[in-house]
Design a protein around this ligand. Sequence first.
Ligand code: NDP
Length: 336
Amino acid sequence: MDTVHMTLDEVHALTRKVLTKHGCDDANATAIADNITGAERDTATSHGVFRLPGHVTSLANGKVNGKAKPTCERLSPGVVKVDSDGGFTPLAFQVGKQALIDAARENGIAVLAITRTFHFAALWPETSALAEEGLVALAVTSSPPYVAAAGGKKPFFGTNPMAFAWPRKEGPPMAFDQAAAAMARGEIMIHARDGHEVPDGVGIDADGNPTNDPDAILKGAQLTFGGYKGSAIALMIDLLAGPLIGEAFSAEAGRADNGDGGPALGGEFIIAIDPKRLGAGDSYLDHAEQLFAEMTEQPGVRLPGDRRLKARAVTPSEGVHVPKSLHEKITELAEG
Ligand code: NDP
């Protein structure tokens, strides 16, 4: 595949230019560009510039508010709420982050409920940012219904990702981030774009038959990982990011959506825990390091997130390679 080399600064500048050209104000464009550039830096390509045309579509058709002014409210000592004002999530998280950190440090545990938001990104940026502050964090969000519930043939759940991060004694946090779907939709789209089949168990066609054809799955339904067990995780995420915080669950969000292929209006639910307040003394970091060391002693075992962190060590100096066709598309978008 032909690619174009870009530095991370170029990725950030081009992303900001595209977003401001298509209706974002400076605060929203910068927050989204930070998020997309972070994904490119970690070679999390399914949520890098690959997502920019989708952002533009949802801005252009008026679904997403590019000039959103998220507001933050402390509902109780341990509950912070951010109304995202119908914008993309990165700015809403920025607006609520410090209040969540303060609440977690005061109470030992706190929740951030982000409502009226469009989550079109990976979740590890949120949990990692909290773990960088010494907190343990869990985040979930629902998405438009693309995934069949166990036993079903039609989409019901979103791909419903869940991210968790743990602060390390040295260096960036350990962070995993995974969809409840067997494969993230962005990955299936990339397989379709590149003409590759997907593995068994990723999805079913519109008649409910198992298939390896990514295009057929995009028209049919995705499957959860681990059969009914993944379906239960997807259900939990729908509840936490939906009814618990007064937001739509995936199927409802899908019905209210304009079907432009972008995210649907919904919620994100984040828990932050201050490990210093859990009575384990000061040993938790060393104790966790021991766990990580024993776990990765076995050949073939690595920590989740290590692939991203390896990429992060290289891309700031070496840059990234973006598919040429995608680069052309976003360059056109930047010109208007
Ligand atoms: P992957 O299956 O690629 O990876 C899931 C996790 O497993 C990652 O933390 C990954 O770490 C880790 N991992 C992978 N291989 C191994 C291994 N061999 N040993 C240990 N850990 C491993 O992610 P998904 O496809 O499920 O999700 C991709 C992204 O899509 C996520 O960032 C998710 O948030 C996002 N998404 C967003 C949605 C939204 O609505 N906003 C909806 C659905 C998904 P590593 O990165 O280091 O490989």
